[in-house]
Design a protein around this ligand. Structure first.
Ligand code: UDP
Length: 454
């Protein structure tokens, strides 16, 4: 195996095999082929999480699927992170994309493709994930592979920055036979009208994964004590799996508001903190806020995390002490994925309200996870979140993600109304069961594969 591509073997997480019985037609069509999924990080973020569970389900259902992770120089990921933000419609302080960016992008993806081609066989299928891998498509198609590209991000906005980014990606976009989006409105203008090429596939979660499986309130409390967030008997035993910035522990019975996200400007952890400090904390002196995310150094393709976390810590330090004592910044190591999953599960189970105050969002897996856990959710009405939650049904949506007062009001209203929390949580769980679980996504993948072979 080369330096730029490594294979990830998803380990069993102890759950029983949940293979899906495949229609004979699909099993037959895919019998002799390997399905390769390629992305650029083995952990952290929604795509890696999804792939791990999905690859396992493929194999447990009798298909042969493999997962390759592409690595690259920091310069390559600096370009791809810009592509990511731009496709979400964010302004790009680094300016336009030009020949220098294209050089970096193409030289890396060309070398990655060469390594991938040493592993795959004619007749195999490749699904490339996100802009980091799209540049491989022309090389893989030229070598005779059936290729789809799945884009997990996007916006329906057609601003200049979004258009320019699609223009930059256009030469690579022509190659895949299918381009998969979370919503049809995220497809680039260049693909408009190409009905056969554009496929809509919604992300999902695995209910039997360690992060989502049932956990009692006591077990959640024990886990949060173990990482050093909550009080309990004895010393925290899993303290090395989390770094926590806090003045005091989270009381066992305090109402808790939670956001779990990568440390990314578009997740707006700082906005959550300010919204809480300015609009929730003054009205309720019992509520605590927990902001939790992965250890930034553990995510190679996300170079901004460390800086965002440092900035957030600065905002936290500047808070008045009585408010600061009720805000907890939790960084969870990804080096032990099982411990990470347990901590995320415990935090989400323990939360009274889960927020996702993203400024942009393709589709929030943290939202789906909270839905599965029957939590009352307050989220921004942006991107894919509006496909997950209907305001006033499965949760509360804040129309303007910059409106901190409205965000605070939604939280206060839910904190004061246990019946409403219950109603939202029940509706969210029901919708998640029907629409956002991995079995449905797997069958959608099977249709994608058979479509590729046609
Ligand atoms: N996540 C995690 N550990 C962490 C922080 C986040 O496993 O310390 C997971 C989270 O539970 C979710 C995913 O990372 O499954 C984030 O996916 P989402 O779609 O919400 O956002 P993305 O990071 O893909 O933009």
């Amino acid at each position: 195996m080369g330096l730029l591509v490594s294979e990830i073997l998803p380990e069993s997480d102890g759950g029983a095999s949940r293979g899906v019985s495949l229609p004979v037609r699909i099993a037959h069509a895919l019998a002799q082929r390997t399905i390769w999924h390629l992305n650029s990080t083995a952990r952290g973020g929604g795509v890696a999480d999804l792939l791990e569970k999905s690859i396992r389900l493929h194999n447990e259902s009798g298909l042969r699927a493999r997962w390759l992770v592409l690595t690259g120089e920091p310069g390559f990921f600096a370009v791809t992170k810009r592509l990511h933000h731009r496709l979400h419609g964010s302004p790009d302080p680094a300016g336009p994309l030009g020949p220098a960016e294209r050089d970096v992008y193409e030289s890396t993806t060309r070398r990655q493709a060469r390594e991938v081609l040493e592993l795959v066989a004619p007749g195999d299928l490749c699904v490339l994930h996100d802009p980091q891998t799209l540049g491989l498509a022309p090389h893989l198609v030229a070598a005779g592979l059936d290729v789809a590209w799945r884009c997990h991000i996007g916006t329906a906005a057609r601003s200049a920055v979004v258009r320019d980014t699609w223009d930059f990606l256009d030469p690579y976009l022509r190659a895949p036979a299918r381009c998969v989006f979370t919503a049809e409105r995220y497809a680039p203008p260049g693909l408009a009208g190409q009905r056969d090429k554009v496929v809509v596939l919604r992300p999902s979660i695995d209910p039997s994964a360690r992060k989502n499986r049932p956990m009692t309130r006591t077990a959640a409390h024990d886990r949060l004590h173990a990482i050093g967030l909550q009080p309990g008997p004895g010393r925290p035993t899993a303290a090395r799996t989390a770094r926590i910035v806090q003045d005091r522990l989270l009381p066992a019975d305090a109402p808790m508001v939670l956001q779990v996200s990568r440390w990314d400007p578009l997740k707006d952890m700082a906005g959550v903190l300010r919204g809480f400090a300015d609009h929730v904390a003054p009205a309720r002196d019992d509520v605590h806020l927990v902001l939790a995310g992965p250890e930034p150094d553990d995510i190679p393709d996300d170079p901004e995390g460390g800086r965002i976390l440092r900035e957030l810590r600065g905002v936290w330090e500047a808070l008045d002490r009585p408010v600061r004592e009720r805000v907890h910044l939790v960084t969870l190591s990804l080096s032990d994925p099982g411990a990470n999953a347990d901590s995320v599960n415990a935090l989400q189970r323990r939360a009274d309200i889960v927020v996702q105050k993203s400024l942009r969002e393709g589709f929030g897996l943290t939202v789906t996870e909270a839905m599965w856990k029957g939590k009352a959710i307050v989220a921004s009405a942006v991107g894919g979140i509006t496909d997950q939650i209907r305001d006033g049904h499965e949760g509360a949506l804040v129309r303007n993600p910059h409106d901190l007062a409205a965000f605070g009001r939604s939280i206060l209203r839910l904190l004061a109304d246990g019946d409403l929390r219950e109603r939202y949580g029940t509706a969210a769980h029901r919708r998640c069961t029907k629409e956002f679980l991995i079995y449905r996504e797997f069958m959608d993948y099977c249709s994608l594969y058979t479509g590729l072979l046609r």
